[in-house]
Design a protein around this ligand. Structure first.
Ligand code: GAR
Length: 192
């Protein structure tokens, strides 16, 4: 079966992007990564993508309306023949229009056990709430922020003495395993 074509949207470090790319080295991986898009021209993740020889499209959203910016992204994804869009630390909220155009084909990873802690500062919020467990979720993107159906989750315990940084580090290790597995599972279950 041909591999599904995945485009990844990033804004920064890109470690989840790297994990998604690394997973494609397994011949059984049902997807390939064909495009990296960043709204930040010097995002760290772009250097990794360049070293891997993956085409990239970097364009700032600053000075554009959301509709103008999303038209650029949509065009780049369509030109690259993308089947699925993976958000990996992409820090712009997509409009309902954009989400509808890619209905059921956008996934995101979020650093909390959704539906807990949508939005930002998830690690600190879990600590402040006195939670004993935390983690990450991969979900389908809908118009509701961090609100689409959850595809997979990974849990970590919150340990005595954890601060947000230590907890984030531990969750991130799980994210790097969770995201490629959940995306592969979604694509296998649906086909490209
Ligand atoms: C990850 O922890 C990801 O779950 C989170 O940003 C980080 C990006 O790191 N995403 C969100 O908070 C989205 N709401 P990365 O650039 O190294 O993948």
């Amino acid at each position: 079966m041909p591999r599904a074509r995945v485009g990844i949207l990033i804004s920064g470090r890109g470690s989840n992007m790297a994990a998604l790319i690394e997973a494609t080295r397994d011949p059984a991986c049902p997807y390939e990564v064909v495009l990296i898009i960043s709204n930040v021209a010097d995002a760290d993740g772009l250097a990794f993508a360049a070293a891997e020889g993956i085409p990239q499209f970097a364009h700032s959203h600053v000075g554009l309306t959301k509709a103008e910016f999303e038209a650029l992204i949509d065009g780049a994804l369509r030109d690259a023949g993308v089947d699925y869009v993976a958000l990996a630390g992409f820090m712009r909220v997509l409009s309902p229009d954009f989400v509808a155009r890619w209905d059921g084909r956008i996934v995101n990873i979020h650093p909390s056990l959704l539906p807990l802690y949508r939005g930002l500062d998830t690690h600190q919020r879990a600590l402040d709430a006195g939670d004993t467990r935390h983690g990450a979720s991969v979900h389908l993107v809908t118009a509701a922020l961090d609100g689409g159906p959850v595809l997979a989750q990974a849990e970590v315990p919150i340990l005595e003495g954890d601060d947000a940084e230590a907890l984030a580090r531990r969750v991130l290790i799980e994210e790097h395993m969770l995201y490629p597995a959940a995306l592969a599972e979604l694509i296998r279950s649906r086909g490209a």
